[in-house]
Design a protein around this ligand. Structure first.
Ligand code: SF4
Ligand code: SF4
Length: 375
């Protein structure tokens, strides 16, 4: 499908795409996490651009970050120090994991050309004060963001931005449901490209493109292709997965990803914002109600309960935990999640990788063994 090709093409050089938006007169704000309020950046007339690091060799960032920081944080700092992100007008750092918090300080001191905003979100989301505190933080962010970009963000600007983000999230959620119903409807790497491209593309274009893809898939199904042999149904769980090849390896091993609990997956598109409520309260509401990542807390077993439920709802036969090396929050969550999977009788596999995947053969063997083992 030509829209999916467009996404793959953009992801070959996302910086180049965003640089062109900037040259056409746009303003670009880098973000680091799905807790960065994209709606507010959009409402200020700027383009939110999720930073992942280009994966180039780390040289300059070595002087600022230890080798035991995750590759995402080290890679993004390397790109900034090397001038590859000189098109950014500013960067937003939600206070989530330690690595992003420390990166915020290092960035402020070493990349002075961009403006810099921290969003100090609550960590515990189920306390009585969390909602009002989060609303206050977002209101402050709204004022500071407007000031840095020289604009006043009105309620109608916010409502319009919420509308666009809701269209993007709804379309991705529909495609996610379709891949659950018919895993062969599109390769996992295409689904990954759609989600990743939504974080790069001009958001109005992203909304149209994703709606077209979802409508086309709903109409034609898997393009008349034969369903193929039944695949083992798998849920991917973890943080950031920036490895489209991974999906192909799972598929070659006889599996299919039918759902996920990833920052580059459902955590990006899950939950719509109430378009009729006060916009800031509604944005806060989505963050409070969305399934937490390990940098946030709401109950002792919230993530595990969600994962077990997701496996059951999607009739999955196994879970692959896909963790970035040195990602502490996910590494700390893993033992209790694994225990919960064991208790529920759900087979699981742990894959821990750096910004590059290990040799093909090694991965293939592990996936094949896992897929063969699950029932
Ligand atoms: S795991 Fe949490 S803190 Fe890390 S990128 Fe995802 S949403 Fe942000
Ligand atoms: S949540 Fe993990 S992968 Fe994401 S920035 Fe933090 S340490 Fe890195």
């Amino acid at each position: 499908m030509k829209q999916i090709e467009e996404c793959h093409e953009i992801l070959k050089d996302p910086d180049g795409y965003v640089r062109r938006l900037k040259e056409d007169g746009g303003r670009v704000v880098g973000t680091f996490c799905s807790y960065a309020p994209e709606e507010m950046i959009l409402a200020a007339g700027a383009h939110p651009y999720r930073l992942f690091g280009s994966g180039r060799k780390i040289r300059l960032a070595e002087a600022h970050l230890q080798t035991y920081c995750c590759s995402l944080v080290r890679g993004a700092l390397e790109d900034a120090l090397d001038g590859r992100l000189d098109f950014l007008d500013g960067v937003v750092f939600p206070h989530t994991c330690d690595s992003i918090q420390r990166l915020s300080d290092i960035w402020r001191l070493n990349i002075p050309a961009t403006f810099h905003l921290d969003v100090i979100l609550p960590v515990k989301l189920d306390t009585t004060g969390a909602r009002q505190y989060l609303i206050d933080v977002l209101n402050r962010f709204r004022a500071e963001r407007g000031e840095k970009l020289g604009v006043t963000i009105s309620d109608s600007d916010l409502a319009q931005a919420i509308g666009i983000m809701n269209r993007i999230r709804s379309a991705l959620a529909r495609i996610d449901v379709l891949r659950n119903g018919q895993p062969c409807i599109l390769p996992g790497s295409d689904f990954h490209a759609l989600v990743r491209a939504a974080m790069v593309l001009e958001r109005g274009r992203a909304a149209v493109l994703l709606e077209e893809v979802s409508a086309e898939l709903e109409k034609t199904g898997p393009g008349g292709a034969a369903p193929g042999p039944a695949r083992k149904r798998i849920i991917l769980s973890g943080g950031v997965c920036n490895h489209p090849d991974l999906y192909g390896f799972i598929e070659e091993a006889g599996g299919a990803v039918v759902g996920d609990d990833l920052c580059t997956g459902s955590r990006y598109f899950e939950g719509l914002i109430d378009g009729k409520a006060d916009p800031v309260t509604a944005i806060a509401g989505r963050y409070l109600e969305r399934v937490v990542c390990p940098a946030k807390h709401r109950g002792l077993t919230d993530r595990a309960d969600h994962l077990v439920q997701l496996v059951q709802q999607r009739r999955a036969q196994g879970v692959i935990f896909f963790l970035l090396k040195f990602c502490d929050p996910h590494a700390f969550d893993y033992p209790y999640l694994k225990e919960a999977m064991d208790k529920a009788g759900i087979p699981s596999l742990l894959m821990e990788v750096e910004d590059r995947l290990p040799a093909d053969g090694q991965l293939r063997t592990r996936f094949e063994a896992f897929v063969e083992m699950i029932q």
